[in-house]
Design a protein around this ligand. Structure first.
Ligand SMILES: [Zn+2]
Length: 405
C-alpha cells in the first residue's frame, strides 16, 4: 500500500473511532449535533455513520424534538453489536463470562484449577471459553477473548513471564488459547484490567488519569494515563506492593524489606491483628475466631467493624495509613488525578478509606494532595470478567475497522 493510501486509511479509521466513541458517550445524538461534537465535515459524519449503521455498531433511536420542519434522526450505540469472552484466571479457579461492547455481563461459568499444572489449567480455561461460546445465539459476533491473570505479562506477546501464585513462568498463554479457540486473545495483568474496568464503567468514569490499587493477598495497581493503560517496557508498571515503606520492616518475598505488601496486604493485616490479640487486647475478634487467632479472617474484621470494635477500627486505620503513605509517594511522582481502592481489603470500608485520605493529605505535597480524589471501587467481583473484556472493547472503540476484516 503506498503512503498516501495508507494515510487515508489511517485517517478514516481515526474518524470512525472518533464518531463511534462520540455516539457511545453522547448518544442518542443527531448527525448535525455529532458534526459539531467531532468537528468533522457533515459529509464525513454521514458517510461514517452510514457505515456504522450497516455494520450494526449503531442504530436509529427515534427522532429529535424539533420546533418545526423535519425532525432529525437520533443515533445510538448498539452494545450487542458484538461480544468478548472475559476470563479471570486465579490460583484456584477460572471464571468466564460473556460481555457485550457496553460491558454488560452475562452468566458466569466457573471451574476449579487448584493444583493443576499449567497445560491442564489452560485446557480447563479453554473449556470454560467454549462453554460460554456454546451458550451464545448463533448470529451474535464474538470478537475475542480477554484474559486477566495475577502476574507479570509481556505486553506484546501475552507470555506470562511470571505468575508466582500459579507457579507459572514463561507460559505463552495468548498463543496457546488462540490456537485452541481460534479467537483473538489478549492477556493482561489483573490489576491493569481492574483499572481499565473502573476507568470506563466504574469509579473512574469522567477521569482522564487513574491509579487503581487492588489490595488482597498482595497489593498491585494499574495506571491509566490519558485513557490508556501504561504498562511499561516489561509490563511491570504499578507494583505498588513492592514500594518500600519501612527500610527496617519485615522481609518481603521480592527480597527487599518493609515493602507495602508486608505491612498492608491481607496476610499482614491478619498477622498484626492476631499479635495484638495475643498480647491480651480485648476484642470481639477473639470470640469470633474462637480464641484461635490463626483462624482470624478479613471477613471477621469487616464484621467487627460493623460493631465498631476498637481493635478492628485500629487495624483498618493502620492499614489505611500504610496504603496512604505508598499512594502519597506516587502522587508526588506523577500528580495523580483520581485513585480507586479495590480488592477484598477495600471491604474494611470507611475507616480504611478515611485513613488512606488522611495519610495522603499528611504525606503528599499540598497542591497535588488537595486535588486528588480517593474513592472506593464500585464494580466488585464483576471487574474480574469485565476488566479483561474491556482491554478488547477499548481496542475495538479505538479501531472499529479492525474487527470488520
Ligand atoms: Zn517486596
Amino acid at each position: 500500500m503506498d503512503v498516501t493510501v495508507g494515510n487515508r486509511h489511517l485517517m478514516h479509521e481515526m474518524n470512525r473511532s472518533l464518531i463511534l466513541r462520540a455516539i457511545c458517550e453522547r448518544g442518542p445524538v443527531s448527525r448535525t449535533a455529532l458534526t459539531e461534537i467531532v468537528s468533522l465535515s457533515s459529509a464525513t459524519v454521514t458517510n461514517i455513520a452510514d457505515e456504522l449503521l450497516r455494520r450494526g455498531f449503531i442504530h436509529e433511536a427515534g427522532h429529535e424534538e424539533s420546533a418545526g420542519g423535519r425532525r432529525p434522526v437520533l443515533l445510538e450505540f448498539t452494545p450487542q453489536a458484538g461480544y468478548i469472552i472475559g476470563v479471570e484466571l486465579m490460583s484456584d479457579k477460572v471464571r468466564a463470562g460473556l460481555v457485550d461492547l457496553g460491558a454488560n455481563m452475562g452468566r458466569v461459568q466457573e471451574a476449579d484449577i487448584t493444583g493443576l499444572p499449567p497445560m491442564a489449567a489452560i485446557a480447563r480455561a479453554v473449556e470454560m471459553i467454549e462453554t460460554v461460546r456454546r451458550g451464545v445465539d448463533g448470529h451474535a459476533r464474538i470478537f475475542g477473548t480477554g484474559i486477566g491473570i495475577t502476574g507479570l505479562v509481556e505486553p506484546e506477546t501475552g507470555v506470562i513471564s511470571e505468575a508466582s501464585n500459579l507457579g507459572w513462568r514463561g507460559i505463552p498463554l495468548k498463543s496457546l488459547v488462540e490456537e485452541r479457540t481460534g479467537l483473538k486473545t489478549t492477556v493482561e495483568n489483573d490489576c491493569n484490567t481492574n483499572a481499565l474496568a473502573e476507568m470506563y464503567y466504574g469509579a473512574g468514569q469522567g477521569a482522564t488519569d487513574l491509579f487503581c490499587v487492588t489490595i488482597g493477598a498482595g497489593i498491585g495497581a494499574g495506571l491509566v494515563l490519558n485513557g490508556e493503560l501504561h504498562r511499561g517496557r516489561d509490563g511491570s508498571t504499578g507494583e505498588l506492593g513492592h514500594m518500600v515503606i519501612d527500610v527496617d520492616g519485615p522481609p518481603c518475598k521480592c527480597g527487599a524489606w518493609g515493602c507495602l505488601e508486608t505491612l498492608a496486604a491481607g496476610p499482614a493485616i491478619l498477622r498484626r491483628t492476631a499479635d495484638t490479640i495475643k498480647q491480651g487486647r480485648v476484642s470481639i475478634l477473639s470470640e469470633m475466631c474462637g480464641g484461635d487467632t490463626g483462624k482470624l479472617t478479613l471477613e471477621m474484621i469487616i464484621a467487627a467493624l460493623d460493631q465498631e470494635d476498637e481493635l478492628a477500627v485500629q487495624t483498618a486505620r493502620r492499614a489505611g495509613e500504610y496504603v496512604g503513605a505508598g499512594i502519597a509517594s506516587v502522587i508526588n511522582l506523577i500528580n495523580l488525578e483520581r485513585v480507586v481502592i479495590a480488592g477484598p481489603v477495600a471491604g474494611l470500608g470507611e475507616h480504611f478509606l478515611s485513613s488512606i485520605r488522611q495519610s495522603v493529605s499528611c504525606r503528599a505535597l499540598s497542591v497535588p494532595a488537595s486535588r486528588v480524589i480517593v474513592v472506593p471501587a464500585c464494580l466488585g467481583r464483576e471487574a474480574g470478567i469485565i476488566g479483561p473484556a474491556t482491554v478488547q472493547i477499548r481496542e475495538i472503540m479505538n479501531s472499529p475497522g479492525s474487527c470488520w476484516v
